[in-house]
Design a protein around this ligand. Structure first.
Ligand SMILES: *Cc1c(COP(=O)(O)O)cnc(C)c1O
Length: 377
């Protein structure tokens, strides 16, 4: 099945025979047992719920994993996943990571005795150098947020070889519609489904998708024990969002390319970072490991004043955190998504007061461009 058809048809409501085309919302915390020692397959919704199970099967099918687990947010997914590690274990992570992941690793994982080393994973040799006999996982985000660096997952997998090190990929930006990290050698994929998967800026959700049934079993225990599960209604919303994933991803990408080309021509814009521009350093690599480039752009302007003029004056484009929805959003990484990244680290990564980030939506490209043009004046 092609990815676009799979988004709509990969999972049919398997639990009931009503013929419902939309997945039913099983708004029930608990399930009655037919008799002693008997179960309908559902006991208590923290353990499993039919609506959540539906969207988990859908993500597993789209990513080509053995199982997917749905959580109440992307951070809940990543935090639960990190419980696979023990005190003394080392984690190698991309240095240009989503700010919330940095906050989790530095404040929670560190307290739990996990040693995190940030490296430039776009250089597989840097990953190789950072690996020690205590390394248990490599956490890669690609393209990165907000600097759009791309990591070569197959090359990192090769570096790991047959050492017992889990390769984890945060695939939020590309989604399974454009990229399947498990097919490139990753063991685990994580998603903030708050973004493109649900796609309408109306729900928080997260997923962990795994290649191995043994790891899935460990994560099931952690999921039901920690309890940060996706609610039935939100599972429904994510399922519904995924039905239009293909056309949303295509349209947003088409718009992003137009916006990136336009930004490049503006006198006040000093740099444009978009993976889909043919002279982006990772353009060829992206074409090898993904079917698309996504629709996230970051760009630098000539002064702090220009940055704040744009943020204060866009009308169609909303000045709001998050990404991946039908609405075009603009953010100021320095004060929003990356506010908790230590200043020196942040500046070293190029996240300064002149950097802006756009999540390009599915409006008409000309309306997005007109809004930027007016706001920039
Ligand atoms: C938003 C985001 C997260 C966190 O997800 P939430 O749903 O906001 O908890 C993790 N990784 C990336 C790349 C993100 O963009």
């Amino acid at each position: 099945m092609t990815p676009e058809t799979a988004c709509i048809h990969a999972v049919r409501d398997a639990t009931h025979s009503t013929g419902a085309v939309g997945v039913p919302i099983y708004q029930s915390a608990t399930f009655a047992h037919p008799g002693v020692g008997q179960s309908t397959g559902y006991d208590y919704s923290r353990a499993q719920n039919p609506t959540r199970e539906h969207v988990e099967k859908l993500l597993a099918a789209l990513e080509g994993g053995a199982e997917a687990l749905a959580f109440s947010s992307g951070m809940a997914a990543i935090a639960t996943l990190l419980e696979l590690l023990s005190p003394g274990d080392e984690l190698i992570a991309t240095d240009d990571l989503y700010g919330g992941s940095v906050r989790l690793f530095n404040n929670v994982s560190a307290k739990n005795g996990v040693i995190v080393r940030y490296v430039d994973t776009s250089d597989p040799a840097a990953v190789s150098t950072a690996i020690t006999d205590k390394t248990k996982a490599v956490f890669v985000e690609s393209p990165t947020n907000p600097m759009m660096k791309v990591s070569d997952l197959a090359a990192i997998k090769k570096t790991i070889g047959n050492k017992q090190i889990l390769l984890i990929a945060d695939n939020t930006f590309l989604t399974p519609y454009f990229c399947n990290p498990l097919a490139l050698g990753a063991d685990i994929v994580v998603h903030s489904a708050t973004k493109y998967l649900s796609g309408h800026n109306d729900t928080l959700a997260g997923f962990v998708v795994v290649r191995s049934p043994e790891i899935a079993e460990k994560l099931r225990l952690l999921q039901k024990t920690i309890g940060a599960v996706l609610s039935p209604f939100d599972a429904f919303l994510v399922t519904r969002g995924i039905k239009t994933l293909a056309i949303r991803m295509e349209k947003a990408q088409e718009n992003a390319l137009k916006v990136a080309h336009w930004l490049r021509k503006q006198a006040k814009v000093t740099a444009v970072h978009y993976v889909g521009l043919p002279d982006h350093p990772a353009y060829e690599l992206s074409r090898r490991q993904a079917r698309g480039f996504g629709s996230m752009i970051s760009f630098s302007v000539d002064s702090v004043e220009t940055a704040s003029t744009i943020l204060n004056n866009t009308e169609l484009i909303l000045f709001a955190e998050s990404l991946g929805g039908v609405e075009t959003l603009i953010t100021y990484p320095m004060t929003q998504t990356h506010a908790d990244v230590p200043e020196a680290e942040r500046l070293a990564r190029g996240i300064d007061e002149k950097l802006l980030r756009l999540s390009v939506g599915i409006e008409a490209a000309e309306d997005i461009i007109n809004d930027l043009e007016r706001a920039m004046r």
